[in-house]
Design a protein around this ligand. Structure first.
Ligand code: SF4
Length: 317
């Protein structure tokens, strides 16, 4: 295996490795539900959401504190769950549920600052759609970076695929050019971008997925999250699945695709995720994905057998 010394023994540049290299420790993510909705759900673009999106808008892991739903209380409740861990006492506040820039800059500033003021928060990561990032919001993020110079601000963009026909099918609601322009705007202001990609979308071939990775290399994303397409209850995808019109990936197919993508991915791009977290109470398929440890072990074992490593196909010999 040819891998970089700063990858801490993994055949790819994991988020854990990046955090250890940069902050000297692992930082745990605490998911926050700041009460947003999404233009794909509130009627601005549509009502049903993306084909695969659950009613919770990917926010099922936020610690719900019904009596005190403030960001600070959610972070405190989330941090308490990590109390038994011995390493890492600082956290990433992950604005995860729905579209976390879908609000006025003044409202966003209050929410982000509430997280950044917490001494245990090393930085914030904001999950959103590229069509919900305006110049005003970029200016807000730049101002926050100036006000909290010891903390970081990352933006996570749900791209999923570069292919317009798939984007239409999953009802993403914006064209690729919107993503490209958004990445350029964020990069110009030195705001790191993490791009979400879903593997196993309906009607996508292996070559389609690899083309998406090629585009990320070229556009200059800082990080990537590779996720398995989960079939969750009460989604449009669930209907297709129940009608026999969508067949989820098998474990070996998924892990093989992940490795193919990693071999294609430039070696400096930070890999934030290699599999998804389908909530057990909502997941219809594939059920093998519930055993996340097994998925990761299979990827690591197969990479060893294949002598595979991130960027193998993009690095010069
Ligand atoms: S953009 Fe995100 S939150 Fe909105 S419907 Fe799609 S997956 Fe759900």
């Amino acid at each position: 295996m040819k891998a970089s010394d700063n990858w801490h023994g993994r055949p790819y540049y994991s988020l854990d490795a990046y955090l250890k290299n940069t902050y000297g420790e692992k930082l745990y993510k605490i998911a926050v539900d700041a009460g947003f909705t999404c233009p794909n759900r509130d009627g601005t673009l549509g009502y049903g959401g993306c084909l695969f999106c659950s009613a919770g808008g990917s926010g099922e892991y936020a610690v719900k504190t019904a009596m005190h739903p403030s960001v600070a209380r959610q972070l405190a409740a989330g941090a308490a769950l990590f109390g038994h861990k011995r390493t890492g006492q600082r956290f990433i506040a992950y604005f995860q549920a729905y579209t976390n820039t879908y609000g006025s800059p003044s409202r966003l500033r209050l929410l982000y600052e509430e997280a950044l003021r917490e001494p245990s928060v090393a930085g914030i990561s904001i999950a959103t759609r590229p069509d919900c990032i305006s110049e005003n919001i970029v200016t807000l993020l730049v101002n926050l970076m100036g006000k909290f110079p010891d903390k970081f601000v990352w933006v996570e963009l749900g791209l999923q695929t570069i292919h317009e026909r798939t984007a239409d099918f999953i009802r993403r609601g914006y064209p690729l050019t919107v993503y490209d322009n958004c990445v350029a705007m964020l990069r110009e202001c030195h705001i790191p971008v993490v791009t979400h990609v879903i593997l196993g979308l309906p009607q996508e071939s292996r070559q389609d997925m690899l083309s998406t990775i090629d585009h990320l290399n070229q556009i200059g994303t800082w990080g990537v999250k590779l996720q398995l397409l989960h079939v969750l209850k009460d989604t449009g995808l669930a209907k297709l699945y129940e009608q026999g019109c969508y067949h989820p990936l098998a474990l070996e197919d998924y892990t093989g695709l992940v490795i193919d993508c990693l071999e294609r991915l430039l070696p400096h791009i930070v890999v934030h995720r290699l599999t998804g977290d389908g909530p057990a109470n909502l997941l219809l398929a594939p059920l093998w994905s519930l055993d996340k440890r097994n998925v990761l072990n299979t990827i690591h074992h197969t990479m060893k057998l294949r002598s595979a490593y991130q960027g193998r196909l993009t690095l010069r010999p």
